[in-house]
Design a protein around this ligand. Structure first.
Ligand SMILES: Nc1ncnc2c1ncn2[C@@H]1O[C@H](COP(=O)(O)OP(=O)(O)OP(=O)(O)O)[C@@H](O)[C@H]1O
Ligand SMILES: [Mg+2]
Length: 517
């Protein structure tokens, strides 16, 4: 079938003649000869027309893979055609969060770029295929044709197409349904199996508005993220890969995982949750990281637990705890357990991050979380790898106000003053505060929940005091044990020295006596 775009640019009189020939062509030229006729027709149009046509097919040359350029063009044209085209097509795409509107088949839409007019046509080619059982089936192949005057050839090919593909990709990213990826074990990597990552739609409701933390710190993080996401040109200018590392540390239940979801929602990113313990070795880790897409958060939670990344620090710790036989045994037991699961090493992880930083383009944020920041090797968290260190702390008054607003929809209460004082005296995680504030039945109102929090804070204070006393007692006992051990060692040393002195004296006396005799 002749494409509509091919005849664009012919004058009015030729169109009338063309209609006549077209009717004749359809009536008299047999199907099997049309291929030849069309071939020479296109050649002829090429000689007389001053227009250039470029074809973009839906599937790549190999025929199996969807063309990314086609999808980007479709996205780009959807933004133009919803306003201008008369016939649209609504597609429900697996990867898109809403309906995608695009130009219907055989529609055309005009676009203007730097004062130059171009026209896009959407075409479909139907081919009949005969199956082995004699049944015929039709196969539809879609493509876009871009038509423009040949005097703009250079500008269109060099600048306009780049603009269309970039814009279309950005629209696609904005409309896509975001995913939460988890890594598969290497046995599942083969093409006919699951691939390196499995995914589910990402719908976590956490946002920066619902995140309870110091508002000044929160604003700082938001500004940092905005600056990063808009910084493509800046990063290119300073010669740095467009990546950023975040280290989130703090006690359990202070909102580290919640913060990750809030960041992903804020920036509209996918999340790659990397479970290091299922990664067999360093090379597998590198492959996994390189197989992540742009606009994504790569998360390694509880990095201190995932691997034995403490390196030399462990040796030092062992020296310190030499007298604490039980603890040492425990450390050894844990590290042996990890070795069995994964052979990823600290240097392997560092190399993978640096490889990721340098090898692939596009904006990416890598996030580590840990409960014990001083357990981590400084090389892992140095600036340049982990650029932003964020401490998630116990719930203070400002954070409490956010939780009270979220959970109870109140902004003030008579007991706020008392709660502020108590939160300063007690370490309670936002997770615990949130759980205490949450109404447990329809009868429970804000007043009941706030009073429950005051009571819980009092109980926590008593508990913390008792715990501190016990710790103090344990420390005193440990110090006394250490002191006793040191005294015994000193005593033993003195005794040995005395013995030595005595021995030399006796030897001296004997030799003196021998000398006299
Ligand atoms: N800062 C916070 N703001 C709002 N909600 C929070 C905050 N911290 C904790 N929560 C609530 O507590 C729950 C547990 O928090 P989260 O999983 O984020 O803690 P975490 O710091 O990742 O803990 P862990 O170290 O144990 O992984 C969350 O589902 C959330 O409802
Ligand atoms: Mg967590």
């Amino acid at each position: 079938m002749l494409e509509t775009g091919a005849i664009w640019g012919l004058t009015g009189t030729t169109v009338t003649s063309f209609m006549f020939f077209w009717a004749m062509y359809k009536q008299y030229v047999p199907h099997h000869l049309r291929g030849y006729v069309e071939k020479y027709f296109y050649k002829m149009v090429g000689w007389i027309s001053s227009y250039v046509h470029i074809k973009f097919t839906e599937y790549t040359e190999e025929g199996l893979k969807r063309s990314q350029a086609y999808d980007s063009i479709r996205n780009y044209l959807s933004s133009k055609s919803t306003a201008r085209a008369k016939r649209l097509k609504a597609n429900e795409s697996k990867n898109s969060k809403s309906l995608v509107l695009s130009m219907d088949d055989h529609e055309e839409v005009e676009d203007k770029f730097e004062g130059v007019k171009v026209t896009w046509y959407s075409n479909v080619k139907v081919t009949q295929t005969q199956s082995n059982y004699g049944r015929s089936s039709s196969n539809e192949r879609r493509y876009f044709t871009l038509t423009f005057h040949r005097q703009y050839r250079g500008m269109i090919i060099e600048t306009y197409l780049d603009h269309v593909l970039r814009e279309g990709k950005a629209i696609g990213l904005k409309n896509r349904e975001r995913k939460l990826y988890t890594n598969n074990t290497s046995q599942e990597w083969y093409p006919w199996r699951a691939g390196k990552w499995s995914n589910v739609p990402f719908h976590h409701p956490a946002t920066f508005e619902t995140l309870a933390m110091d508002p000044v710190k929160k604003e700082g993080i938001k500004k940092d993220l905005i600056k990063f996401s808009k910084g493509e040109d800046y990063y290119r200018k300073v010669g740095k890969p467009w990546k950023r590392g975040y280290l989130l540390f703090g006690p359990p239940g202070t909102g580290k995982s919640t913060m990750i979801s809030a960041i992903a929602n804020f920036l509209d990113y996918d999340v790659y949750d990397l479970e290091l313990t299922t990664v067999k070795d360093n090379s597998e880790l590198k492959k996994l990281l390189l197989d992540t897409t742009s606009k994504s958060l790569i998360v390694i939670e509880d990095i201190d637990c995932s691997l034995d990344l403490t390196g030399q620090r462990k040796k030092k710790k062992e020296e310190d705890e030499e007298e604490d036989g039980e603890e040492k045994k425990e450390v050894e037991k844990n590290s042996k357990g990890d070795e069995k699961l994964s052979k990823v090493t600290l240097s392997g992880l560092l190399n993978s991050i640096d490889g990721l930083w340098s090898a692939c383009s596009g904006e990416k944020i890598i996030v580590f979380t840990t409960n014990f920041v001083d357990k981590l090797d400084p090389a892992l968290i140095r600036r340049g790898r982990m650029d932003n260190h964020i401490e998630m702390s116990y719930c203070k008054f400002e954070a409490f106000k956010v939780l009270a607003k979220n959970y109870l929809e109140i902004e003030t209460h008579d007991l706020y003053g008392e709660i502020e004082r108590k939160l300063e005296e007690t370490d309670m995680s936002p997770a615990d505060v949130a759980e205490t504030l949450m109404p447990k039945s329809d009868e429970e109102d804000a007043d009941i929940c706030i009073k429950r929090l005051v009571k819980t804070l009092e109980e926590e204070k008593v508990k913390a005091k008792k715990l501190a006393e016990e710790e103090e007692k344990k420390k005193e006992e440990k110090d006394a044990r250490k002191k006793k051990k040191a005294e015994e060692a000193e005593k033993k040393k003195t005794e040995e020295e005395d013995k030595k002195v005595k021995g030399t004296e006796e030897n001296g006396n004997v030799s003196q006596e021998n000398g006299i005799n």
